[in-house]
Unconditional design. Structure first.
Ligand code: FAD
Ligand code: NAP
Ligand code: SF4
Length: 674
């Protein structure tokens, strides 16, 4: 019986698995955080997972744990292969159970994605993004690997987990056996589809036999490979049926191999953009199906379940952003949810740079034991000047700790540069962060003085002053630069100035790339899931194995040049896991990206440049300057004159290499110390 009184009856409906009942349909998806490799990692993971359990999530799945050494994602990543390793996992399972949660351990064998010389695969074919070539498993090693999975699952049960998730998607080892692309074997483990799925089935059957009936076995099934020579839809249905027969309790959805060149979780993917894939499989099997990817708010999750796309939803990053996501949905406090904006900047980008993950909008994530929230014993009067991400984070944290905070903002609206960022196609999620802070300001009774730039005299009665006056666009000096056709990015994004159909963008940093995407938007950026799939070449009819089709090409709305002076690759500083998407989007739309440029003059024809020693006239109507930013320091300079003390944070502290991750983290850090 669904909870009729809730706003989210499907989402909060318990799920009875026969031997165990999950309290709702919310699964915290597997996410490697890097805590796994930290010195006191198990303690930190225990606190991290327990916080999400206390937040009310129905079932947690841990980051991947290798069943043996060759299955490592990277050297010395977490492995469960011996009894002696069981005890440390107990720290996690005890903490989660004491917090009222349930937790499964993911078993992940990286196969040819293993970034180390011991990596193995069905066939010795190197993965595109790995410099290590895998060794092909012998028939004997295939058998022993299956046994390693089974032993790993048994040890997980000994460690107190409620079950295991067997990672069969995203292009990892099991997926490598299943796909023709990576399995050229001629023995019993290769050849036709039935032989290629034997490895997966033997694992599930063996695990079920070893762990008994009262253990959750989730199988993560690649339902859309997004690589050539992946599985056909008929093969996916057959695999799901066989996996069910082999003993899985739940089937989770996997979308796209890591090497696929289609965005699957980045912020420009429409919300719940891949739920249609799971929906296709609904009714083919009796076990519950979980859908996933870019589900970040309760009404999105509810809609997906209500329209029969799945029985359960999986979210991973949203639980980094807000451990209390479920509780807030249940209590009707959706406006208090700190929403994952899909940026990848502090989670996946950190992991791929070998740093511990955290979250841009929640710097306490994965730092639960180090960045501890403590109420203040002594209430202070705090002035925060500037309501961009840094000031908002500082004001809200200080007030939540118990201080009396006044937030001054020069303009009528809070958000600073984030207000411009949300205008970029695919960055509309940034609006959620502003909604979150607006609500938090009210909740913690921060007095907001809009349209106010305080003079030093007005700040004299405060115990602490925080300057978060941020940045402004850097203007450049160029002959003819005073002409009306030259605009700053802020003028264009705020709608104060419009531009013609031929545009040169000066500066190819994050904002230059965003500006190009913004100017291409006139052609109609992908508004619907169908548009998005067409733009990126995902064939929703699965005519070809793997689900790839030809990307739809529109005539670009504008002719755009994106320019930089450096000779290095433009866009090299973009996000590790998202930069390729920005570069590829611009390339698809014919944006001409030039490095090694010298700006000579703005003239009647447009922009005159020198390109690698050759003069070149760019015939453009407008020139948009995205040449970085400088700190806004008026107030700082005035306070210096008065010899008044203050804290300086965000862009006001340092404009170079500034991003919202640093701004928000610094705001919180200073507020924690006050
Ligand atoms: P700001 O955002 O500049 O805020 C400063 C605030 O202080 C402003 O509201 C200003 O009006 C106010 N102020 C200034 N002086 C005074 C005064 N004397 N009195 C009162 N108020 C004052 N970052 C990312 O991490 N990821 C992204 O994807 C991303 N995309 C972006 C896209 C675009 C198009 C833009 C423009 C920025 C993007 N950023 C992104 C950068 C991000 O927005 C900034 O790093 C962040 O806003 C900096 O925060 P801040 O609080 O330090 O400064
Ligand atoms: P940026 O990344 O530092 O890029 C500035 C660009 O301007 C560079 O291409 C630079 O290249 C050029 N430039 C600098 N000084 C110049 C001058 N005097 N004349 C002409 N060109 C000049 O800065 P940004 O694009 O303004 O971005 C600001 C911050 O916002 C970034 O640090 C980034 O972290 C954040 N952001 C992030 C994202 C994201 O997706 N993660 C998106 C947008 C913004 P040359 O010097 O070689 O010409
Ligand atoms: Fe979401 Fe960005 Fe936080 Fe990652 S860093 S969890 S993508 S908001």
């Amino acid at each position: 019986m669904k909870n009729k009184h809730s706003e989210f009856p499907h989402l909060l409906d318990p799920l009875d698995l026969g031997f165990i009942t999950l309290k709702n349909r919310i699964l915290m998806g597997s996410m490697h955080t890097g805590l796994e490799e930290e010195k006191d990692g198990f303690h930190r993971m225990a606190v991290y997972y327990a916080a999400r359990a206390q937040g009310g999530v129905g079932l947690i799945v841990t980051g991947g744990v290798a069943p043996n050494r060759s299955g490592w994602v990277a050297p010395f990543s977490l492995r469960l292969a011996k009894s002696s390793q069981v005890k440390e996992h107990r720290t996690i399972t005890d903490a989660v159970h004491e917090s009222g949660g349930k937790i499964c351990m993911q078993i992940l064998h990286a196969g040819r994605y293993g970034y180390h010389p011991l990596c193995v695969a069905p066939t010795a074919i190197k993965a595109p993004m790995n410099r290590f070539k895998p060794r092909a498993l012998s028939g004997r090693r295939v058998r022993s690997t299956i046994n390693d999975y089974i032993r790993c699952a048994s040890l997980a049960m000994e460690a107190g987990y409620d079950g295991v998730e067997i990672m069969g998607s995203e292009g990892y080892l099991i997926n490598q056996f299943i796909a023709k692309k990576t399995n050229l074997r001629e023995d019993e483990w290769g050849g036709d589809f039935v032989s290629r799925i034997r490895f997966a089935l033997e694992i599930v059957k063996g695990v079920r036999k070893a762990v008994g009936e009262k253990c959750i076995i989730i199988y993560r099934l690649s339902m859309l490979d997004l690589v050539k020579n992946g599985s056909t839809w008929d093969e996916i249905v057959l695999l799901a049926k066989e996996i069910e027969k082999a003993g899985a309790t739940i089937i989770n959805t996997g979308i796209g191999w890591h090497e696929a060149r289609i965005p699957t979780i980045a912020t420009m993917v429409p919300r719940a953009g891949f739920a249609w894939v799971t929906k296709r499989l609904m009714g083919e099997v009796k076990v519950p199906l979980v859908t996933t990817n870019r589900i970040n708010m309760p009404h999105v999750a509810e809609a997906v379940l209500a329209d029969g796309s799945a029985d359960m939803v999986s979210m991973a990053r949203p639980f980094l952003a807000d451990p209390d996501w479920t509780k807030k949905a249940k209590d009707g406090r959706v406006d208090e949810i700190n929403t994952c904006i899909g940026c990848n900047q502090a989670c996946l980008d950190h992991i791929f740079s070998r740093k511990t993950a955290t979250c841009l909008v929640n710097p306490r994530a994965c730092n639960e034991t180090t960045k501890v929230f403590v109420k203040t014993g002594v209430q202070k009067r705090v002035a925060v000047v500037g309501a961009g991400p840094a000031g908002l984070s500082c004001a809200v944290t200080a007030a939540a700790r118990g201080h009396k905070v006044i937030l001054f903002e020069a303009s009528m609206k809070i958000g600073g540069q984030f207000r411009l960022a949300r205008m970029i196609p695919g960055k509309d999620e940034f609006e959620e962060t502003l909604r979150y802070y607006s609500r938090q300001l009210k909740l913690h009774k921060v007095e907001v003085k809009r349209n106010t730039s305080p003079a030093p005299s007005e700040l004299k009665g405060f115990d602490e002053i925080v300057i978060s006056s941020g940045v402004k666009p850097r203007a450049i000096t160029i002959k003819g630069g005073e002409k009306d056709c030259v605009s700053l990015y802020s003028d264009v994004l705020s709608g104060e100035k419009s531009v013609g159909s031929r545009v040169a963008i000066i500066g190819a940093g994050g904002i230059g790339f965003d500006m190009a995407a913004f100017l291409l938007h006139d052609q109609g950026g992908p508004e619907t899931v169908e548009d998005f799939m067409a733009q990126w070449g995902v064939d929703m009819s699965y005519a070809e194995a793997g689900g790839l089709g030809a990307p739809h090409k529109d005539k670009p709305a504008r002719e755009i040049y994106l320019l930089q002076r450096k000779k290095t690759k433009p866009g090299a500083g973009l996000g590790k896991t998202t930069g390729w998407i920005h570069r590829s989007l611009l390339k698809k739309n014919g944006v001409k990206i030039l490095n090694g440029v010298e700006y000579l003059a703005v003239n009647d024809k447009g922009l005159l440049i020198n390109h690698f020693g050759k003069e070149m006239q760019l015939e453009v109507d407008d020139i948009v300057v995205c040449a970085g930013q400088v700190s806004v320091l008026d107030l700082k300079n005035e306070l210096d004159k008065e010899k008044m003390e203050y804290h300086l944070i965000g862009g006001a502290l340092k404009a170079g290499e500034l991003d919202a991750k640093r701004a928000i983290a610094q705001g919180m850090e200073v507020a924690d110390q006050i």
